[in-house]
Design a protein around this ligand. Structure first.
Ligand code: DNO
Ligand code: MN
Length: 355
C-alpha cells in the first residue's frame, strides 16, 4: 500500500508539495493536468514537466485523478471515436512517463453532488454534506451557483466554470441516455482502450458515482456491488478496475463495503478512504476519517483491503475544514494529514497483528 495525497497543482491548490512531503508516511501524490479539458491530448512534455516538479519535491506521481472522459464518449455522440483516439494517445504519453494508473468517472453532467460545501459542525469545523430534500429544491441549471459561494474562490473538480456555462445543453445531451445505454457506452470505451492498457500495463480505475443514486434524473451505473461486478465481468481484463471510494459507495447504507472489497479482489487499483455520518434517507454529512466520528467502520474497510492483498495507492479523501484553514472544500491540508496518519496507523496495526 502506498499512502498518497491528492494535489491539484501549484496554480490551483492551497496545499504545496513541500507541505505534503512533511506528512509522515505520505510518499506520493495523485494529480492531473488541471489546465487540460476532457477530450484533449496530454502531451508527453507537459506530463514530463509535472512529473519533474513532483519528483523534485521528493514525492512520486502514483496515479492520475482524473483523465476526464469527454461527454461524447459518455453519450455515444458523433465524435466519440476521435475522443477515444485522443484518450489512447494520452495513455501512451502517460506510460512514456512511467505513469500507469488512471482514475476516471462515468457520471453524466455532474462529477459529484453536495447540497452544502461548508456545513458547520458542533466543534466549529465544517464539512461537505448532502441532503436530498435540499437538492430537490435546486434547479439543476443553477446547481453550480447555489453551492459555489462556499467554494472559497477555488475551482471545484468536475465543476469547471466553462462546463457549467453549457449546463443546459449538457442536460439535453443526456436526455435519452438511460442506464443501459450509458453502460454500453462505457463498455465500448473500455474495449477500445484495453489493448493500449495491456501493452503498457496501465490500470484503469473507475470512480463510483457520488452519491450512489440518481441525481436530477441522470443515469447512474457505478453505484453498487452488482453494477461493479457487471462491469468487471463484461470487460473481463484486470486493467479494467475500480477506485474503491468508501464515501461514495458508502453513501448508500445498503452497500456492504467490506463485502464489495472482497468481491473485487484483484480489480481494486486505487482507494479513496473517508468517513460519513448517516443522517436519514439520502442524507449524510462527511466526517473526520476516524471510525468513531462517523457511520463507517474504517478499521474493517482497511482490514478488507489488507486481506485482499491490496498494494496500490490509498489517499485520504475529503477532510473537514479545521483550524481556520481556507482551501478548496474537502481538500485542506490539516484534516487530510490527520486522516493519512490515522489510516497509516490502522494499516500498521493490522499488518502487525497476529505476528
Ligand atoms: C471529488 C472526487 C471526484 C473524483 C472524480 C474521479 O472530490 O472524489 O471529483 O475525483 O469523480 O473521476
Ligand atoms: Mn472519492
Amino acid at each position: 500500500m502506498k499512502m498518497t495525497f491528492r494535489w491539484f497543482g501549484k496554480k490551483f491548490d492551497s496545499v504545496s508539495l513541500e507541505q505534503i512531503r512533511q506528512v509522515p508516511g505520505v510518499t506520493g501524490v495523485i494529480t492531473t493536468l488541471y489546465d487540460t479539458k476532457p477530450g484533449e491530448v496530454w502531451s508527453k512534455e507537459k506530463i514530463a514537466s509535472l512529473k519533474k516538479e513532483v519528483e523534485q519535491s521528493g514525492l512520486k506521481i502514483e496515479g492520475i485523478e482524473s483523465v476526464n472522459i469527454h461527454d461524447d464518449i459518455k453519450t455515444g455522440g458523433k465524435n466519440r471515436d476521435l475522443y477515444i483516439k485522443n484518450y489512447i494517445t494520452t495513455l501512451e504519453n502517460l506510460a512514456a512517463n512511467d505513469i500507469r494508473l488512471v482514475c476516471y468517472n462515468f457520471m453524466p453532467v455532474f462529477d459529484w453532488t453536495r447540497s452544502d460545501l461548508a456545513k458547520v459542525r458542533k466543534d466549529g469545523s465544517t464539512v461537505l454534506s448532502y441532503d436530498q430534500e435540499l437538492v430537490d429544491k435546486i434547479d439543476p441549471d443553477n446547481m453550480f451557483d447555489s453551492i459555489s459561494e462556499k467554494a472559497n474562490g477555488f475551482i471545484l473538480p468536475g465543476w469547471e466554470p466553462e462546463r457549467m456555462e453549457r449546463i443546459k445543453s449538457l442536460f439535453k445531451e443526456y436526455e435519452h441516455i438511460d442506464e443501459n445505454q450509458l453502460f454500453e457506452n462505457l463498455v465500448y470505451f473500455l474495449e477500445k482502450i484495453m489493448p493500449t492498457c495491456d501493452k503498457y500495463n496501465i490500470d484503469m480505475a473507475i470512480h463510483p458515482d457520488d452519491p450512489a443514486w440518481k441525481v436530477f434524473g441522470l443515469s447512474r451505473i457505478i453505484n453498487s456491488k452488482d453494477n461493479l461486478l457487471k462491469l468487471m465481468k463484461r470487460v473481463n481484463n484486470p486493467h479494467n478496475g475500480v477506485t474503491f471510494c468508501s464515501g461514495s459507495l458508502g453513501s448508500n447504507p445498503k452497500n456492504d463495503l467490506v463485502d464489495i472489497i472482497h468481491s473485487l479482489k484483484g480489480r481494486i487499483h486505487f482507494a479513496h478512504l473517508r468517513n460519513i455520518i448517516y443522517l436519514g434517507e439520502k442524507k449524510f454529512d462527511e466526517a473526520a476519517h476516524l471510525s468513531s466520528d462517523g457511520s463507517l467502520d474504517m478499521y474493517q474497510i482497511v482490514k478488507a483491503l489488507y486481506d485482499i492483498g491490496f498494494d496500490g495507492p490509498i489517499r485520504p479523501d475529503h477532510g473537514r475544514a479545521v483550524w481556520n484553514e481556507v482551501s478548496m472544500p474537502g481538500y485542506g491540508l490539516y484534516d487530510r494529514a490527520m486522516g493519512a496518519t490515522y489510516l497509516n496507523g490502522l494499516w500498521e496495526a493490522i499488518s502487525k497483528s497476529g505476528k
